[in-house]
Write a protein that binds this ligand. Sequence first.
Ligand SMILES: Cc1cc2nc3c(=O)[nH]c(=O)nc-3n(C[C@H](O)[C@H](O)[C@H](O)COP(=O)(O)OP(=O)(O)OC[C@H]3O[C@@H](n4cnc5c(N)ncnc54)[C@H](O)[C@@H]3O)c2cc1C
Length: 507
Amino acid sequence: MEITLTFGIAVGGIFLSLALFKIRHRIRQFLKAFLLWTNKHFVYPPLLRRHRYLGPWSRADVLLQSVYFAMNVLCLIYKVSSISKAGLRAANLSLINLIPLLSGPSFNVLADLLGISLSKFRRFHRLAGVMSFVLLAFHVITVVVSRTSFSLHVPENLWGLIGGSSLCLLMLSLPLLRELSYEVFIRTHQALAVLAAYSIWRHLVSQPLLPRIYIYIFAGICLLTFLLQYGFIIWRNKAVGRSFPRASITHMNDTVKIRLTLSRPLKVKAGQHIGLWTPVSFWSFWQSHPFVVTSWSEGEQSALDLFIEPRQGFTQKLLEYSKSNRPPRLALFSGPHGTSAPVGEYETVLMVASGFGIAAQLSYLRQLIYGYNACKTRTRRVHLVWQLETLDIGIAVESLLNDALADDTLDEGYILSISIYIQSGKADRVPFGRRAIVYSGTADLTTILQEEAEGKYIKRVQEETEERGGMLVMVSGTDQLRDQLRDEVRGYLDDKVSLWELEYQPA
Ligand SMILES: Cc1cc2nc3c(=O)[nH]c(=O)nc-3n(C[C@H](O)[C@H](O)[C@H](O)COP(=O)(O)OP(=O)(O)OC[C@H]3O[C@@H](n4cnc5c(N)ncnc54)[C@H](O)[C@@H]3O)c2cc1C
């Protein structure tokens, strides 16, 4: 490049940077306004409400999915000269869409690498899976239409058929298997995915490097994430001279509590979860389950607390084990996984949980109380609203809640309120543990949200001039509760209110 041109670009760059720096506040304002507009018109309004297998989909979800679909179609038809060429292109595109699906042994690691939540990654996984399947179906149709014979004695054809069938089985068997047994579903899914990848490679073995390279890329990424995941697991579970982690499993009112004593101290952000493996029965040898860490510390923790709802499988075995009063059990874990909400940036934090969803909120409660006492947070009001069917879970959680409130030296209930609503309760406005008040019935979320959004419980020195801070509504509850809150929060977007759905949502 001409030296004078380089000089010109450098001078122009400096001028542009200075000009942008000068208007940086306007740019920030514009971005904020744009984000608000997007939230109002695309992210919060639902286009499709929740159904058994579909939804809820917001306008943004549908738009993004359509763009993704359109990009694939464009790549498929752009300057394609014949239907058989389009078929070949569809096969390549199908492979490219498969790469992110097959890039790691577990969702957690991939979601962590991308810095997105598990639920978002799951959605993306499903979407890419459907896209890949549709493209593969197109490839098969074009092959069938354009070829006179499809002999299965030709290895290329045979492996193509096996690969296609395994992808087909992957798609069709899933909802059914998942309902039957999660473990059978996940292992079948993984086995079929490996079979599909291997068959596709065999199908392409006599082809030029270009389509095969996608398989090599996927294998490379998969190996890397596999090594990363298991490397971290080994490192975190065994410190030199220390024993493996031990799980002390106890129960109360048919709930399970675990204290996991670690081999090596670990920093866990509020809201993060671990994948727990502990051999409490024969089948549990092959299983690892995600649980949110309910304890929190600003530094590293030497023991992690978990609060668990006994379901039908592994968690039921945990309950049985806890009742047999046996010594702490060997336990291994992966993680910590997942994202953490930036709670400290908000003036008000409204935490809404139903049932065991409280597990996902406890670490945030601790973090907020610590942050307030240490003047490390902007938060001036925290309200935990907990909806229960009976007080049984409440009693089981009381000690965890009190632990979370151990540093609570806050003023007379203005900063922190805990409201517990018991569906089948009779007593109203009864104090419970430290700080909490028990009400009977269902929480009136409309009024609670309105009062908190108005800042009714925040003491202000200069009522008129002070600018209101934002409010974060964090929810870990039933589908119905989440849908209701999403609708309610929509009405307060202009008041800087936003919703954060936590990674664990109880059934
Ligand atoms: C990020 C995250 C954090 C969680 N945190 C907690 C928590 O703190 N406390 C708590 O009680 N529960 C938590 N759960 C739910 C908990 O992982 C499941 O209830 C548990 O795995 C069920 O095990 P089971 O064998 O007894 O289930 P089953 O009775 O066989 O099935 C019950 C339900 O759990 C689902 N499930 C089963 N195994 C898994 C698995 N390995 N991964 C994901 N889902 C599974 C099944 O699809 C089914 O819907 C969390 C889930 C996720 C995704």
